[in-house]
Every structure is written in structure tokens, then in C-alpha cells.
Design a protein around this ligand. Structure first.
Ligand code: UD1
Length: 428
């Protein structure tokens, strides 16, 4: 019900610090279940998907202690419940990682089946294929997925390159008897981060970040202190925001290698990018030019940056073509951008963008997390006022986005639903 109100047209200038990676955190938090001792997680982003994951762990019997805003000590030894109910799972699709972690530790799990999603069909057949190959029985009953069995390592070939299925196969096989060879695995940075976390507890995983991952089952996993990698997509979003506003921003706490597909594309569009060891500077001193973008699994251009880069291309000179190569429906935000003056036509998985050079503020609605981020970028670049509704989507994955952008000079504020009610009451 809360809204972001943005007065656009100001270049973003200054320094901004990126938080821990959402897509790593939502897998690593359930992965703590596999440990036989308490673990400390650092650089955990303060976002609602993380709060939900921690709440699920707590409800299962784990002891979750907050050490500071980004550090948690989790003791999984009290877990006595192997079920994630619909009420928790419906709030966060990534709750499917509890399936792999619980199955890997206790040989059984019951998690609500992930429902529909704004990005299109989100099947979990590849997750279940991996569990079945390891010897689990998988049943879907009244909206719940039940998996159980004594797991033995096996050869698993994923029919589609799936981040979720790759991570779930790793979680399930880390304590299975013998060797698991996972082929056609996804290679995203958060997959390497999950493998590094599991290895820091004593797991034996090799090849993460390539398309063949070998996992030799181990009996026990021990305590670890682990710092989650910086968020590639949060960093990319601020890179695009700097470019879209004609700004000059130093983005700190990043891994430049993870940003290469985004940096390369921005440079083609006419944006300056300078890499340092753990920061990156983005600035604009000339016109933005058209470019074609096709999203692909890592190391291709990430689908989670597609709405943001498309927004930037509405401000560039010429006609750009954006092709979505991962999800069925990832152009739902286009209708909202059109309300801001963008000229975009969509045919299936292809969008044709006629750069108009400018956008104008308008009331709009976020339809998913990255669509919401794109609307913020549009609002920052547009002249006039933009009001963005349904910002709970944005808060799932961006820590304090309004405050971080204010630090770069943006005129953005959050208006709570209660404030609106009070204003209406006063006016009556
Ligand atoms: C993860 C990310 C999401 C990102 C996506 C692709 C998390 C929490 N979410 O989602 O932000 O957009 O990767 O980079 O990390 N598929 C199947 N069967 C399956 C699983 C997937 O057909 O069992 C298909 C999907 O429909 C989709 C494609 O494979 O078309 C990629 O999906 P996947 O990589 O699994 O995405 P998620 O892990 O759900």
C-alpha cells in the first residue's frame, strides 16, 4: 500500500554501497539447515525475502539471533518440523530451497508448491527430476510438494539451465552417499556463492560456475562464518540509474567480474564505466545510443536487468530491440513505461523501443521486483512527479532503495498508506 514519490530530472551524483545478494541469501539461509552446528552469516541484505526466510527457519525450530542489521547467527539444531506451509511459501517463491535443504538433511520435506508468477510459468519439474535421480519419492498433493527418501549420488542432467534446480540439486546431494554429477548446471555468481558457503562447512563441491558440478557427499557439516557476495543486480540497477539521469556515481562493495555483461552493454550505449578492485564508477558525458539486448543465463546479459536496461534505451537515440531469452512474460511493465511517454511495442518475447530521449512523470504501478526498479529509474530520469504504487515488490529485493538514492541527491520519498489516509481525512 506504500508508495514512492519521485521528482525526477536530477543527475545522481556521489557514492552508494551495494548490499548482499538477494538470490544468494535466499538459498544460503535455508542451506544452514544442513549444518550440524550454528553458523554466522554476514552481509545479509535487509529485504523482505530475507525476513521471510529467517521467519520460516525460526518457525521450524531454529534459533535465529540478530547480531547486527546484516549479521545473523543461526543454530539449526532445534529444527523439528520439515514443513513450509502455504502462508509462508506464497510470500516468497524461493521458499523451494527449503525442499532441497530439508531433504538433504532429514530425508524428508513438505513445502507448498510455488504458485503462478508475474514472469510466466514457473515449473519445478527440473528440481523434482534432480531429487528423483538421487532416489527421493516426489509427490504433489493438495498444493504441497512432498519429497522423501535416502539419497544416493547419481548423474543428473538438467533439461533446462535452471538456477533454482541447480541450487536445489546441490542442497539435496551435499550429504548424499557417494558422487553426484550435475550436468547443464546454471553458472550464476549466486551458485558459486552457495557452493563456497557449503564448502566452508566441510562440503565437497567442485565445478560451481561451470556447467558440470561434482558433489561428493559428506557425513557432517560444521559451523562457519560466511559473508554473502554483493548483489550483482542491485549494483547493475544503480549503474543504469546513474546513466539514465546523466549522473556520475561510484558504486561500492561490488565484484567487477559479476558486472561484466552489464558494463559491456552500458559502454555500447555510450555510458562510461571504470572498474576498480571492489567498486565501479559510471558516468555519462555524451549522447546515449541505441543497442540490442538479449537476455540469457550467466554469463549472458541477466534477465533480472532487462526492465532496467529497456528503460535506459527509451532515453537513447534510435531504435533498440530487447529480446527476453529466459522468461515467458517479462514485458508487463511496458504499459506503465508507456504512461510515462515511452514508445515501446511488444510482440511475444521481443520489444522494439523507439528512443524518445525523454520520459515524463506519471502515476504507475510496480508489477514485480525488477519492473519496480525500472519504474524508479524512469521516475528519476523523467521530468515531473512519478508516484509508484505496490512498492512491496521492490522491497522484496532492494535494501532501503529510497534512502540509498537520496544519498545520491535523488528527490525520492516513501509515502505510507496511513499518511495518505490522514491527508484524505484532513481534506474532508
Ligand atoms: C532465479 C532468480 C530469478 C532470475 C532467474 C533467471 C532466484 C531466487 N531467482 O529464478 O530472479 O530471474 O533465476 O536468472 O534466484 N524452468 C523449468 N523447469 C524448472 C525450473 C525452471 O522449465 O524446473 C525454466 C523457467 O520456467 C525459466 C527458466 O527455466 O524459463 C529459468 O528459470 P530458473 O533459472 O529456474 O529461475 P529461478 O531459479 O526460479
Amino acid at each position: 500500500m506504500d508508495k514512492f514519490i519521485i521528482k525526477g530530472g536530477r543527475p545522481l551524483v556521489g557514492e552508494i554501497t551495494v548490499s548482499g545478494a538477494k538470490n544468494a541469501a535466499v538459498a544460503i539461509i535455508p542451506a544452514v539447515i544442513l549444518s550440524d552446528e550454528p553458523c554466522v552469516l554476514e552481509n545479509v541484505p535487509d529485504i523482505s525475502d530475507v525476513s521471510i526466510s529467517l521467519k520460516i527457519l525460526h518457525e521450524m525450530g531454529a534459533d535465529v539471533e540478530t547480531i547486527n542489521a546484516s549479521t545473523f547467527r543461526i543454530d539449526p539444531r532445534g529444527i523439528n518440523n520439515y514443513c513450509v506451509p502455504y502462508e509462508s511459501a506464497r510470500k516468497m517463491r524461493a521458499s523451494y530451497y527449503f525442499l532441497g535443504a530439508l531433504l538433504g538433511k532429514f530425508g524428508q520435506a513438505r513445502v507448498s508448491m510455488p504458485g503462478g508468477c508475474p514472469l510466466g510459468d514457473r515449473p519445478i519439474d527440473q528440481h523434482l527430476k534432480a531429487f528423483t535421480a538421487l532416489g527421493a519419492d516426489c509427490n504433489i498433493d493438495h498444493g504441497m510438494v512432498d519429497v522423501s527418501g535416502k539419497l544416493v549420488g547419481n548423474q543428473i542432467y538438467l533439461d533446462v539451465v535452471s538456477v533454482g534446480a541447480t541450487m536445489n540439486a546441490m542442497l539435496a546431494s551435499v550429504k548424499a552417499i557417494g558422487l553426484t554429477v550435475l550436468e547443464n548446471a546454471a553458472k550464476e555468481p549466486h551458485i558459486v556463492d552457495l557452493a563456497n558457503f557449503l564448502n566452508s562447512m566441510g562440503a565437497d563441491i567442485m565445478g560451481a560456475g561451470t556447467d558440470v558440478i561434482k558433489i561428493r557427499g559428506v557425513g557432517k557439516l560444521r559451523s562457519t562464518n560466511y559473508s554473502i557476495i554483493p548483489d550483482q543486480i542491485e549494483a547493475g540497477t544503480y549503474m543504469v540509474a546513474a546513466a539514465a539521469t546523466g549522473g556520475d556515481v561510484l558504486i561500492k562493495n561490488i565484484i567487477p567480474k559479476h558486472l561484466e555483461p552489464i558494463s559491456a552493454k552500458l559502454e555500447k550505449i555510450g555510458v562510461n564505466v571504470q572498474e576498480f578492485d571492489d567498486s565501479i564508477r559510471v558516468w555519462v558525458d555524451g549522447p546515449l545510443v541505441k543497442s540490442n539486448v538479449k537476455t540469457m543465463p550467466h554469463p549472458g546479459f541477466p534477465t533480472d536487468m532487462q526492465p532496467q536496461i529497456a528503460t535506459l534505451l527509451t532515453l537513447a537515440e534510435g531504435t533498440s530491440i530487447v529480446t527476453e531469452g529466459v522468461w515467458e512474460q517479462r514485458f508487463r511493465y511496458v504499459d506503465e513505461l508507456r504512461r510515462m511517454g515511452a514508445d515501446i511495442s511488444v510482440d511475444g518475447k521481443v520489444a522494439v523501443i523507439e528512443g524518445t530521449g525523454e520520459l515524463m512523470g506519471a502515476p504507475v504501478k510496480a508489477c514485480d521486483l525488477r519492473a519496480g526498479a525500472a519504474l524508479i529509474i524512469a521516475g528519476l530520469a523523467a521530468y515531473g512527479i512519478t508516484e509508484i504504487e505496490d512498492i512491496y515488490h521492490i522491497e522484496r529485493g532492494y535494501e532501503n532503495m529510497d534512502l540509498k538514492l537520496q544519498g545520491l541527491g535523488a528527490e525520492i520519498s516513501k509515502k505510507s498508506f496511513q499518511e495518505e489516509v490522514d491527508i484524505i481525512k484532513e481534506a474532508l
